[in-house]
Write a protein of this length. Structure first.
Length: 193
């Protein structure tokens, strides 16, 4: 952890990234403390470290970082939560709703990180994405939610995509059609009599 902190202090991103790979679960407490630093770089690298070694204990802090004033930290927190869900999937992850709220973030980097993260989370993210599609008036958020459902590409996401074939937003309709088509659920069989 000491070399990690020194690399952060030097501003050496390559060395810091190499040190991320040396972190262990024993470093989680130090990373949790660092994630509350006033320095943006320290907070960002703490979140990056937690993405690799954090446990479910770090989820509340990562959720709090989803509203960080710095856009790169919001994006990194979303991705860190996604990695946590991949390590320890649970059917009810409240953090996924918080990530879904970032689909309407003012910053494009954050919106894309949220969409990519939700897609990588797979089926556990489907309810959060469906909620965005049903309740959001933000067409960009709805479009990204449909795109994430398409990328998930499971029967659970297909069930959420079917009603979108008649959505008023043409991009949402396109993602629904493409997702269902990729799953082979829109094939027509021509019967000649």
């Amino acid at each position: 952890m000491e070399e990690y902190l020194q690399a952060i202090a030097r501003g050496d991103d390559d060395a810091t990234e190499r040190q991320v790979q040396q972190l262990t679960a024993g470093d989680e407490d130090a990373l949790l403390q660092l994630a509350n630093a006033t320095d943006v770089d320290e907070r960002w690298w703490a979140v990056r470290g937690l993405a690799e070694v954090g446990t479910v204990r770090c989820l509340p802090l990562l959720e709090a970082r989803l509203s960080d004033p710095d856009r790169s930290i919001r994006a990194a927190a979303a991705m860190a939560i996604g990695k946590q869900v991949a390590r320890e999937p649970t059917p009810e992850v409240a953090a996924l709703d918080a990530i879904a709220a970032l689909l309407s973030d003012p910053d494009g980097l954050v919106r894309q990180a949220a969409a990519d993260t939700l897609a990588q989370c797979g089926n556990p993210a489907v309810p959060a994405l469906v909620n965005v599609l049903r309740t959001s008036n933000h067409e960009g958020a709805r479009t990204r939610a449909a795109g994430a459902l398409r990328k998930i590409g499971t029967m659970q996401s297909a069930a959420a995509l079917y009603p979108l074939l008649n959505d008023p937003n043409h991009l949402v309709r396109s993602y629904a059609y493409e997702g269902l088509d990729e799953l082979g659920l829109l094939e027509n069989v021509l019967v000649v009599v």
